[in-house]
Design a protein around this ligand. Structure first.
Ligand SMILES: Nc1ncnc2c1ncn2[C@@H]1O[C@H](COP(=O)(O)OP(=O)(O)OP(=O)(O)O)[C@@H](O)[C@H]1O
Ligand SMILES: [Mg+2]
Length: 144
């Protein structure tokens, strides 16, 4: 089942993220798929806020730090694999262990390493239609 949303501002995308939070499981893997600047980090702000894990402004791009952890204990892991080139580099981050925790694991640029992920995951595709418009498609690849 695919659900589609259309947003016209970053704020609307944050709200879609907050709505999606209710649809997504407490724990599990979410791949955020979309070009540079599509709105992957923006959407994560809404997810983290709705889970009570972090305020919007506390959610920033993990481009350099690779892994951000929101909540105490962690409810949402926010990971960005943009700067990694090899699956072996990704493996060294210890994501297997993180994916076993009781938390939602949200990964930007995860589609670059398809062999690493369990079949049971969610995929959220964000496409920039123009400067401010985004189409967001959500697909659960197995039951919740
Ligand atoms: N409808 C919209 N939804 C989301 N972001 C939007 C929208 N309209 C404009 N923007 C702008 O697009 C940018 C999205 O940035 P964001 O960091 O969320 O993208 P990203 O997909 O995480 O990029 P990166 O690949 O660099 O990590 C922000 O500057 C935001 O203000
Ligand atoms: Mg980002």
């Amino acid at each position: 089942m695919t659900q589609t949303f259309r947003t016209h501002s970053a704020e609307e995308t944050i709200e879609v993220g907050a709505q999606l939070s209710a649809l997504l499981p407490a724990r599990g893997l979410v791949l955020l798929i979309g070009n540079l600047g599509a709105g992957k980090t923006t959407l994560t702000k809404g997810i983290a806020r709705a889970r009570g894990a972090a305020a919007e402004e506390e959610v920033s791009s993990p481009t350099f730090t690779l892994i951000h952890e929101y909540g105490e204990p962690a409810l949402v892991y926010h990971i960005d694999l943009y700067r990694l080139d090899e699956a072996s580099e990704v493996a060294s981050l210890g994501l297997d262990e993180i994916m076993n925790r009781d938390a939602l694991v949200v990964i930007e640029w995860g589609e670059r390493f398809p062999e690493l992920w369990p079949e049971e995951r969610w995929e959220i595709r964000i496409e920039a239609v123009d400067e401010d418009q985004r189409v967001i498609e959500v697909r659960g690849l197995s039951k919740k």
